[in-house]
Structures are given as structure tokens and as C-alpha cells.
Design a protein around this ligand. Sequence first.
Ligand SMILES: [Zn+2]
Length: 303
Amino acid sequence: MKIRRFKLIYLPEGTSLKREFNIQMKHLWIVLSLVLTCFLVLSSGTAYILNNWFNAKKVSTLMFKNTRLEKQLKAARDKVEYMGQKVDHLARSNGELRAYVHLPVLDTDLLKMGIGGALPAPIGDSTGAEDLISRLDQMERQIGLQENSLAEIESQLADQEKMLRSLPSIRPVNGGAFSSYFGKRRDPFTGRWEPHMGLDINTHSGAPIYAAADGKVLHASREPAYGNVVVIDHGHGYRTLYAHMSRFACTKGEQVKRGEVIGYVGSTGRSTGPHLHYEVRRHNKHQNPLDYMFEGFQVARLP
Ligand SMILES: [Zn+2]
């Protein structure tokens, strides 16, 4: 049986008052529907307002963070551009150093990989962070390249320093007078024109004789013509010879340094008086010793 209407009786306690309400089912449904609708409208409205409030708060926090990040990114880009200029400057100095020590210039394509300049402005929704990372990668490669180049320059300088230390470059006795130059001269014994393979420096007997460069003593012996003679091998094809010594101050096989005393002036062998006969050979070819006395390297000074 379907209920169409019903009666609601109201009996307050302690009184004889009685109230009755006749209610139709359809009215009850209407009221219930209205209450439910009101509840739904109110709750969804409240949820919407709360959601909007939370979202607005979230957006505001994100915007604040975004502004800060943009500022920090801009500062980072400026810093990277500045560092890029520094790296370029280092690369140029490195190039000049390479030229100075006679090393080949670095490949231009290799150099380009680290070239600085302004970073491109961010396009569309790009933050510009990608360009920043790419530029940092470039700089990392460029710094690596410069590091390797510097190591090469250092090694080259060390080699050059070693070679310079091995190059005959000082006057082997203090003072004295050049009595016979390199080239043809009249032999003091025969009177004939003969080649003179060295330089004669007249000085007093016992004057110290200095090694003209770093090297190894190849000979320290007595020979008929040269008398007491020392030959030093300096490497790189260079040898020097010191003849007519009164006595030795080095022995065969000894390593000597430039400026080290290796003997003393005398008149042993085929000699007419105390002097040093000094020869410079390069790849066994006699050189003019005057070409191997550089002012800057002159440890033996004129009195
Ligand atoms: Zn001579």
C-alpha cells in the first residue's frame, strides 16, 4: 500500500496541548528536496570559495618564488657572461704565450668552442637556463683546453731552459786578451797560413777556466798538441774544448754546470805562452767561439 499522506502529532510534555499536522507525502518530498538542494548549493559554494582561496595563496607563493628565481637566473647569466669574458682573456694570453715559446697556435675551431659573448635572450616560454648550462659546458671544455695548453707551455719552457743551459754561452776565462781569432792565421811555429779552429785568450797562468755550459766531461787528458785538454759534451750536438791547461779541475765522465771551474790556464802542449785555446763544435763542425759568448750569460767579467 502506498502512503499518500500521514499525520504528525505534537505532544509537549506536562501539558494537555495537542497539535496535529496532516502532511501529504508529496509535500514532504518537496521540502526534503529543497533542503537537500540548499545543502548541496551551500556546500559546493563553500568548497569552491575555499578551493579558490587555497589556489590564490598557492599562485601567490609560486609567483613570488618565480620572481626570485628569475632574478637569480638573471644574476647567474650575468656572472656566466663575465666568466666567459675572463676565459676568453685567458685563452688570448695562452695564445700569446704559445707564440712566445714557439708552440703552434691552437686550432681555431677548438678555440671557438669556448668563445664567450652575450647569451641569447630566452625565447617563448624558455627560462634561458638551457643556454646557461650549454655555455657552462662550453666554458668547462675551454678551461680544459687551456689547462692542457698551459701544461704544454710549461714543458716547452722546461725543454728550452734545459737547452739554453746546454748552449755554450759564456766567456770561459775572466778577462785576458784575444790573441788569435777563429779562421786562417799564421802558425806561430811554422809561419805558414793555417786554419785556427778556436779562439786564443791570453791570460796569466793559473787563471780559472769555466765550463761554457752544462754538460758531461768527455775527455780530460794530455795530448801532444793540445797539452792538457778538456772536452765537454753539452748535448744537442754541442761540444767545447779547452786546451793548454796547467792542470785539471774535473775528471772524465763528470757532469759539470755552466760557470763551474774545470781547469786552470797554462802553456802545455804546442803553446808559446800561457793562454786558453777554446773551441766550440756543433755536430762536429767548428764554430766561431765569439758567436757563443752572450753578454747576458757572461759570468767571467773583464777586470
Ligand atoms: Zn789556439
